[in-house]
Design a protein around this ligand. Structure first.
Ligand code: CO
Length: 211
């Protein structure tokens, strides 16, 4: 057995012991149910662990992660997580958190074929095309990359707002705010991109649903 594999099993035992030392009812209490106020939609990147970077405990964040933190409205996985988070758990906030240095976004800017993922990050290539003029006007490659990371987060927040699930929640007066963040791998800090929705009035007319 590899050292790493053995280590993570040992880590688990130590973690259980340390939690129980602090609170003997810790796991009993958690097993009774969850009531997280937040749904986190982030990148699968191993360096952006949702709970750790916001100091959240087990029970506080419902999490969905995929490559490049995309909100694709035909993705049954994302829609199921979103539906459960909004309609069953009644989360009050949804954060889409991208990160600088995102490999998925980087790959989408290039021409190399990587495999099935080519089709997933095609969504980011579409976004690149929409913002082509702005992006190509940035000479510095790193800055252009950062800009696309940010534009991608903003786009995903809009795409969340366009879903029937989110618009329905607003229609019935449920408290639900959407936010877009970018995490800095080299600083540890998140930046709030100030793209906030709590109703559908800022959506283009064609996306507004009469639910
Ligand atoms: Co990433």
């Amino acid at each position: 057995m590899s050292n790493f594999y053995k280590k993570i099993l040992d880590n688990n035992k130590q973690w259980v012991e340390s939690q129980l030392a602090l609170d003997p009812d810790y796991f009993n209490d958690l097993s009774k149910g969850q009531n997280p106020p937040l749904l986190w939609i982030g990148c699968s990147d191993s360096r952006v662990p949702a709970n750790e970077i916001i100091g959240a405990k087990p029970g506080e964040v419902f999490v969905h992660r995929n490559i490049a933190n995309l909100v694709i409205h035909t993705d049954m996985n994302m829609l199921s997580v979103l539906d459960y988070a909004v309609n069953a758990l009644k989360v009050k906030h949804i954060i889409v958190c991208g990160h600088y240095g995102c490999g998925g976004v980087k790959a989408a800017m290039g021409n190399e074929s990587i495999g099935i993922i080519d089709n997933w990050i095609r969504h980011i290539k579409d976004l690149f095309r929409i913002h082509q003029e702005e992006l190509l006007s940035i000479d510095d490659e790193e800055k252009r990359f950062n800009k696309l990371v940010e534009l991608n987060v903003v786009e995903q927040v809009y795409d969340l707002a366009k879903t029937s699930i989110v618009q329905n929640a607003w229609k019935i007066g449920q408290e639900l705010s959407l936010h877009g963040w970018v995490y800095g791998l080299n600083s540890g800090y998140v930046t709030d991109l100030d793209v906030n929705f709590s109703c559908n009035k800022d959506l283009d007319e064609v996306f507004k649903l009469n639910i």
